[in-house]
Design a protein around this ligand. Structure first.
Ligand SMILES: Nc1ncnc2c1ncn2[C@@H]1O[C@H](COP(=O)(O)OP(=O)(O)O)[C@@H](O)[C@H]1O
Ligand SMILES: [Mg+2]
Length: 585
């Protein structure tokens, strides 16, 4: 499918309406010949021949035809306008759904500002095409053809002279269409880039402030802004060249008409009335010529935007539902990684990972930053697919499970906490918007968030800003934890969820979480030994590999990485216990 076919597929539904509107447009274009015809009759019959009686009738016809034409015109313009709005609605919805179905890779590679541009500026260019350009092109072509035909009928020799401008007009329109295309493409590019810049600097404004980089960013913005302006100016420089040409062609028509027509009237080969009638058609020829350039621009803007939107939505997500996907309301939570490797390009992120987890167990994962802990969980949730090996849930390869089923069974508190600008309650209940307030509170209590939420000005109804502005890091983490718990999934993933929470609060959270032991399979990724020491199984991940595994005691006994970390964190404590032992306390 091409971009054009894609856009027009949205208009299929409105085919009948649009054909009807085109029909109305045809009527107004064709009936445009009435008034000039009457003017001609007035000159020849009323003025020249003194047939005064028909004058009131002629005037009445003129008034009525003008009235009817205006009404019909209003009618079809409204049809195009409303159709464009309806189409835009469906198209936006479609594009949005496409965005929602996209995988992590899509969002890693596409900039937010670009995606925003697709849904705003580009959509508007497409809408404008449907609302205005389609009928304008049709109406102008029709007016031009009808006027020419009428002039042919009235005086074919005059028409032949006027037709001389046609080839040039077609050539110039074609030239303009071709030459503005790259310029409009450039404009869209700069528009996206400007959008991205503003979006990033508004969201990241706190960082900009913290580094006192306002002036620097303003200068950078000015460059983006300049770029956009230059792109627009560049495009206008190109099409401006064509404006005088079209203007010249329109004026040439007038000159030809009065020169050739005048000579014909003077030499008596044409009546004055006919000249008046033909000059009444002149606007029908001039208007299309004057509009051709603008419409060519609008068309090219539309084509560029349609292509941009289409190319964005044509990217197919690589993570999709398998055929005959297995759907389950609830999985038990047995998980097995067998020989799982994951590469990004040439780089091996995870190598040969194998481990087995029984439903209800708690698994601690520890390892230095960048060792691949988050990636492990991303593979489990199928945010990415393994490069080799397989991950099974209840013995079923996760690739065979319906994505919704799989992810609905996993409650994840991500390392990079994202909260929506909504109430606290809305954020916690994100996974289950229909749950009761009691459930929200219960989840908040487990996450040790209840108390601080109550201290907020409006409690659970407090609206938190974008990304949780107004909350501390630890508070955001606790809300994100409550959000994951409220889903009551069979698997819970806590990725560094308590890193910004003080030790005491963390202990309280752990105590609460212990009460639910056995109900969920829990993955706890953490840097503090205290967060994972009670886990049934602890995996030590280093450089994409599991270097040690076992429980707290067996790992300590190995005197490897885990033992080292333990000593870093509990060194003093350890010395103290040894001291105590030595002293026999
Ligand atoms: N989208 C990505 N593109 C390229 N590299 C990535 C991507 N995500 C993660 N990585 C790389 O994979 C490695 C493991 O990352 P991650 O699993 O986030 O580590 P951890 O959670 O243990 O800190 C890192 O070296 C990181 O740079
Ligand atoms: Mg991580």
């Amino acid at each position: 499918m091409t971009a054009m076919q894609w856009v027009f597929s949205f208009l299929k539904k409105y085919r009948k309406r649009l054909i009807f509107a085109m029909f109305l447009a045809t009527i107004t274009a064709v009936t445009a010949i009435i008034n000039p015809h009457i003017s001609g009759t007035v000159v020849d019959d009323v003025i020249m021949n003194g047939n005064h009686k028909i004058l009131p009738k002629l005037v009445l016809i003129m008034v009525l035809s003008t009235l009817i034409r205006t009404t019909i015109r209003f009618w079809f313009v409204m049809i195009f306008e409303t159709t464009s709005q309806k189409m835009l609605f469906t198209m936006r919805d479609y594009v949005y759904r496409k965005f929602m179905r996209q995988d992590f890779n899509f969002y890693n590679t596409n900039r937010t500002g670009d995606l925003m541009s697709r849904q705003t500026g580009d959509m508007e260019a497409i809408r404008h095409f449907v609302a205005y350009v389609i009928y304008s092109v049709y109406e102008n072509v029709l007016l031009f053809v009808v006027a020419l035909v009428m002039i042919f009928i009235v005086e074919y020799r005059l028409a032949l002279c006027m037709i001389a401008v046609m080839p040039l007009t077609i050539y110039v329109t074609y030239k303009q269409l071709i030459s503005v295309k790259p310029a409009f493409h450039n404009i869209r590019q700069h528009f996206s880039s400007l959008n991205t810049f503003v979006q990033e600097n508004v969201s990241g404004n706190r960082v900009v402030k913290a580094f006192a980089k306002e002036d620097y960013e303003i200068a950078k913005f000015n460059r983006e802004n300049d770029g956009f302006r230059d792109a627009e100016l560049n495009a206008s420089r190109i099409w401006m060249k064509y404006v005088p040409v079209f203007e010249f062609l329109a004026n040439a028509l007038t000159v030809i008409l009065y020169l050739v027509g005048g000579i014909m009237v003077v030499t008596g080969s044409m009546s004055l009335g006919k000249l008046v009638q033909v000059s009444g058609y002149l606007w029908m020829l001039n208007l299309p010529l004057r509009q051709a350039g603008w419409l060519a621009n609008d068309y090219q803007r539309f084509v560029t935007s349609a292509e941009k939107v289409y190319s964005t939505i044509s990217i197919e997500p690589t993570i999709t539902d398998p055929e005959d996907a297995i759907v389950r309301e609830r999985f038990k939570g047995d998980i097995e990684f067998s020989k799982v490797s994951y590469n990004i390009g040439e780089e091996r992120i995870l190598k040969d990972i194998s481990f087995k987890v029984h439903a209800g167990q708690t698994i601690g994962i520890i390892g230095s930053t960048g060792s691949g802990k988050t990636t492990l969980m991303n593979l489990l949730c199928r945010f990415y697919d393994v490069s080799s090996g397989e991950i099974t849930l209840d013995g079923i390869n996760v690739k065979n499970i319906e994505l919704y089923s799989l992810r609905d069974n996993i409650g994840i508190a991500m390392q990079d906490v994202f909260l929506f600008s909504d109430t606290i309650e809305g954020n916690i209940a994100f996974g289950r918007p229909d749950c009761s307030m009691e459930e929200v509170i219960a989840a908040a209590k487990v996450a040790n968030a209840h108390d601080f939420i109550l201290q907020m000005p409006e409690g659970y109804d407090t609206i938190i800003g974008e990304r949780g502005v107004g909350l501390s890091g630890g508070q955001k983490q606790r809300i994100s934890l409550a959000r994951a718990l409220l889903k009551n999934p069979s698997i819970i993933v806590l990725d560094d969820t308590t890193s910004a929470v003080d030790m005491e609060t963390e202990t309280l959270i752990q105590e609460e979480l212990t009460k639910t032991i056995g109900k969920h399979t829990v993955f706890v990724i953490a840097h503090r030994i205290s967060s994972i020491k009670d886990a049934d199984q602890i995996l030590v991940v280093e450089d994409g590999k599991i270097v040690e595994s076992g429980n707290h005691d067996s790992l300590l006994a190995r005197k490897g990485y885990y033992h080292r970390v333990f000593h870093h964190q509990y060194g003093d404590f350890d010395q103290y216990t040894i001291l105590q032992k030595e002293m026999g306390v």
